[in-house]
Design a protein around this ligand. Sequence first.
Ligand code: NAD
Ligand code: DAU
Length: 344
Amino acid sequence: MSAADTRTEALLVTGGAGFIGSNFIRWALAERPAWRIVNVDKLTYAGNLENLAQIAEDSRYRFVRADIRDRARMRELMGEGVWGIVNFAAESHVDRSIESATEFLETNILGTQVLMEEAREAKVTRFLQVSTDEVYGSLGPDGKFSEATPLAPNSPYSASKAAADLMARAAFHTHGFPALITRCSNNYGPYQFPEKLIPLMITNAMAGEALPVYGDGCQVRDWLHVADHCSALGVVLERGEPGEVYNIGGSNELKNLDIVRVILESLGKPQTLIRHVKDRPGHDRRYAIDSSKLQSRLGWRPSIPFGEGIRATIRWYQENTLWWQRIKSGEYLEYYRRTYGERL
Ligand code: NAD
Ligand code: DAU
């Protein structure tokens, strides 16, 4: 049992209604029976309380609809007793940041700063900033990102995440603030919003629609199942060294086109559904993560091989058609408008 397990305070999880945050909350309630979780989420288009329907009534769980930029609300929540924070809340989609970057700067940088300042005031003992391998920029054909790789973000999204990482670093060095930073590679798994590569391709293929592959489709990503990301975050939250950065990855590099082909084959759909479309501006060519620091210092290992994980993920989207159809049709937003009586 870790030191945190003896506390009566809660763990505050921001952005817990999104893809990784909701998987993390389910992981934490199952694996850490002594933890209480407060999920703070603004419910942007990417936040979906249906992701947490299974645990909504758990007495150790509470949902609060709030914006992490709302300083008074964050102060109030931390005043109720919080031992740690895991900050998932972010605008997370690169293509949206290319269309319009302001919201990315406001949530990803300013929101994180508000959280850190209020957490420092409330003497929170662990602050885990969930960051991304994209802060390192793009790789050539060889090599991997280590924690010592210079930051060189190429999209407005990754620049905003890098800025937040630097503010977390500065808070540690200046104030002794207990910030931990993780940088993970591309996640896949259940409850991923169907604008991201894998769920978009699965759901389009299931519907017999075209699969839009940007450019030549030979860009490489290093894929990790979301359950492995969650277990790594648990390890860093409990045993990581404040002020340190930990890379998280699955050593599982794949070209986008190869993933799309696997999905079509698994679903018994024709490869002719693939459409090469205009490339993403500034598209990073290759990401690959060296996670040996996390593995050697904290003993974490990924446990789900890609072949197994992608089959389970495809099955999940086949068994949960209503979940993604309601997102694609926009119905899930109507549900929130009716429930909360305000525009999102
Ligand atoms: P997501 O877009 O699915 O979820 C983001 C959540 O944050 C949503 O529930 C949204 O409502 C909430 N949110 C947005 N702005 C908010 C605000 N101002 N206040 C409160 N809540 C707000 O994202 P995801 O894919 O689950 O990613 C979660 C985190 O992990 C992000 O910080 C992202 O940068 C990071 N990350 C993601 C990946 C990946 O592959 N998806 C990989 C590495 C790191
Ligand atoms: O590397 C971690 C990052 O992974 C996270 O920080 C981001 O939050 C997350 O969104 C993800 O970013 P990517 O840009 O890598 O993910 P996305 O699913 O948008 O795209 C994956 C690859 O697939 C990328 O090379 C672009 C390509 N792509 C994507 C879409 C949506 C296509 O070819 N067609 C598409 O329609």
